[in-house]
Design a protein around this ligand. Sequence first.
Ligand code: NAP
Ligand code: GDD
Length: 341
Amino acid sequence: MARRALITGITGQDGSYLAEHLLDQGYEVWGLARGQANPRVSRIRKLLADVRLVRGDLLDQGSLISAVERVQPDEVYNLGAISFVPMSWEQAELTAEVTGMGVLRVLEAIRVCSGVSRGGRPSGGQIRFYQASSSEMFGQVSETPQNESTGFHPRSPYGVAKAYGHFLTQNYRESYGMFAVSGILFNHESPRRGAEFVTRKVSLGVARIKLGLAGELRLGNLEARRDWGFAGDYVRAMHLMLQAGKPEDYVIGTGRMKSVRELAQAAFAAAGLDWERYVVTDQALHRPAEVDLLCADPKKARVQLGWEPTVSFDELVAMMVESDLRLLTDGGDPDQESSWP
Ligand code: NAP
Ligand code: GDD
């Protein structure tokens, strides 16, 4: 029988790549979809016709219990979140509810549906759980590069909510013997990245300028440094973590960092443009508290899972710029369902 996976956040960047990867591995894939007429649901239906959808919301405990009961999954991947860091200052309580408490609700749904009790082992087949933890938890970093033992100093309500979900996942593993793991993933991008994140904002901006649709690109802090990889590589790591012999947490990243300035340089150069002619800095885009740098030490994942990234920073930037040039040349709208390559 095919293994069955349930993915929250199916309409997001990672949800789509993970669903593709699991379908390729022969899984029956279910996605949790929220809302009455969510336009992103039709985008995922079009891209991934083989994914089955079940209605539910991370804010609604009952809906998660019903979803787990209905799907009877072997593996649950909790990717759903409010994931845009600046939004977490504007809607801090909602971020805590979705990105933080949402983890508790998914873990409780699994615990209840598989009959796990305190100090005991599950009575039925064990459902394996993956939590999408984040390098944002490291925040103001205490050492570089960051590994699984590096302490947390989150700098945003989003980072704080992720730290809650991370510790809770560890706690359910320790309290109930659940196979529950966190992947501490560093920034990962793709042509399916939301237009609000800096890599996609830059690739779309470059494409618009190249095609004469815009004259400038406004950015915030150019000095921030991130460890950027390709999302398609990172979803492989999620799956590998749930196939391991023991439940453990892993850092996933490339081990190389670049600044936003270098990102802009590379992206404009990929289109044959000089970034300094078009990039305008805007104080309004700076954050109340910034994470200055993030750089992964992915050694544990390499040694224990055999995981390695396959796409370099320059290849990733070129892939995104080319994709957005194609999209806009064909008259596509980055916000519309047909826009995902
Ligand atoms: P994304 O594109 O922003 O997708 C977020 C997903 O969460 C969407 O499918 C969204 O669905 C869903 N969601 C939002 N509120 C929900 C709710 N109340 N109930 C159920 N689903 C809800 O994010 P991503 O880049 O794919 O990231 C996936 C996960 O990894 C997130 O948890 C993110 O925080 C984490 N992460 C991402 C990165 C990265 O660099 N991409 C790095 C580390 C960790 P709707 O269509 O319903 O809005
Ligand atoms: N979004 C954005 N827009 N960021 C900008 C801009 C701009 O105009 N100008 C500079 N930046 C800087 C931000 O200040 C930040 O330091 C960096 O670019 C990256 O910003 P984002 O792409 O928005 O990502 P993030 O690092 O805040 O968060 C992403 O990665 C986390 C993992 O480290 C998200 O995907 C999170 O969900 C994820 O957990």
